[in-house]
Design a protein around this ligand. Sequence first.
Ligand SMILES: Cc1cc2nc3c(=O)[nH]c(=O)nc-3n(C[C@H](O)[C@H](O)[C@H](O)COP(=O)(O)OP(=O)(O)OC[C@H]3O[C@@H](n4cnc5c(N)ncnc54)[C@H](O)[C@@H]3O)c2cc1C
Length: 410
Amino acid sequence: MWQDRGVSERSDAIVVGAGIVGLATARALAVRHRLAVTVLEKEPEVARHQTGHNSGVVHSGLYYRPGSAKAALSAAGREALYRYCAERGIPHERCGKLVVATSPEEVARLDALAERGRANGLGGLCRLSPGEMREREPHVAGLAGLLVPETGIVDFRAVCRAFATDLGAAGGSVRFGAPCRRVRTGSSEVVVETPAGAFRASALVNCAGLQSDRVARLAGERPAVRIVPFRGDYYLLHPERRGLVRHLIYPVPDPELPFLGVHFTRRVDGSVEAGPNAVLAWKREGYGRASFSLGDSLETLAFPGLWRMAGGYLRIGWEEYRRAWSRRLFVRSLQRLVPEIGEGDVVRGGSGVRAQALDRSGRLLDDFHLLAGERALHVLNAPSPAATASLAIGEEVAARVVESFGLGRR
Ligand SMILES: Cc1cc2nc3c(=O)[nH]c(=O)nc-3n(C[C@H](O)[C@H](O)[C@H](O)COP(=O)(O)OP(=O)(O)OC[C@H]3O[C@@H](n4cnc5c(N)ncnc54)[C@H](O)[C@@H]3O)c2cc1C
């Protein structure tokens, strides 16, 4: 037991991070397992980073390797999320998306994608001819399409606020302005020090997203992976040109790349976004094209995995940089899906930064990744579709924490 003065509150579990994964985990610990939970968040409100800067898409689970955690948790999480949003009156719509093949090679990949989707339990997939595609999306061009009716859109910030409300109703709390600065671990207790005070608990759950490897290191771990930030920029369609896109229009993803490719997304507020691209970023929480942090950059550059990864993506990385600065190149990518769109039809929108775990061999981790530590569980890779899958991830992580640290058995 720590005797320090200033060690104020005692909970069963502390969750670091009030993004959607941290809040879903805290909610599951408090509501299902009836534990006392404190969430520590460095920002003044929920969802300030990845969760509040994402595309707002409820992913179907089309892309993921059958048997992977992503495939299983996105299927369960998707349906749970739709039910939750309906119950809580959170803006959402199961509007479906169209994946469009624009070359013969992509048509073959589209068929493989459909097979994968069926293996992942997507019953509603439907192959569309060019004419059928245009009945649904009149401005789209392509050789073939795949309609994925399970996909939808949602306001993930509103989901986070509802999770925090559930947590509060179950006796838990979120402490804002409480960055985790130091972690001390004893045989039966963990103490997290923040400028807002020190917090004690039987277990720590690290859901710090873009900072998760650093929080793991604060807790004494030496994680084999490093978080590498990839910024994604969006453009917005001018309101009078929103009619070019009715729902969601995606390209067939390049199997060599970890991200989906720029696409069109209608948001729940009726706006239409185009993007995001994927550019190696020089600041973990930097949302401008020129954002730069010397510390973040040096940490990224000093990691051997970065150089091994970069070797494999030199040409693509260079093209992504050019596209990030050139509206013309960005719009050219969009024109493959909707040829009518012109440079004058879009304005710059926001950006998001993905927390992507990279290992020392240069491999970008594809699946969700947890690291078990002493009295701590670290969520070290929760990329897309973690927002979609959040309710299922929260249940899974909470069950692991309860089991590993014997919580709830008193
Ligand atoms: C551009 C983009 C588009 C995406 N589109 C989609 C999509 O359409 N659908 C989908 O399902 N997924 C999407 N994703 C992925 C999804 O947004 C993430 O997987 C998800 O939001 C991860 O949630 P998180 O809680 O792990 O991280 P975050 O939302 O980043 O939350 C981490 C929290 O930890 C806090 N924190 C960090 N360090 C500390 C510390 N030391 N002390 C206290 N607090 C700390 C941060 O302030 C932050 O609030 C997208 C992601 C991006 C970036």
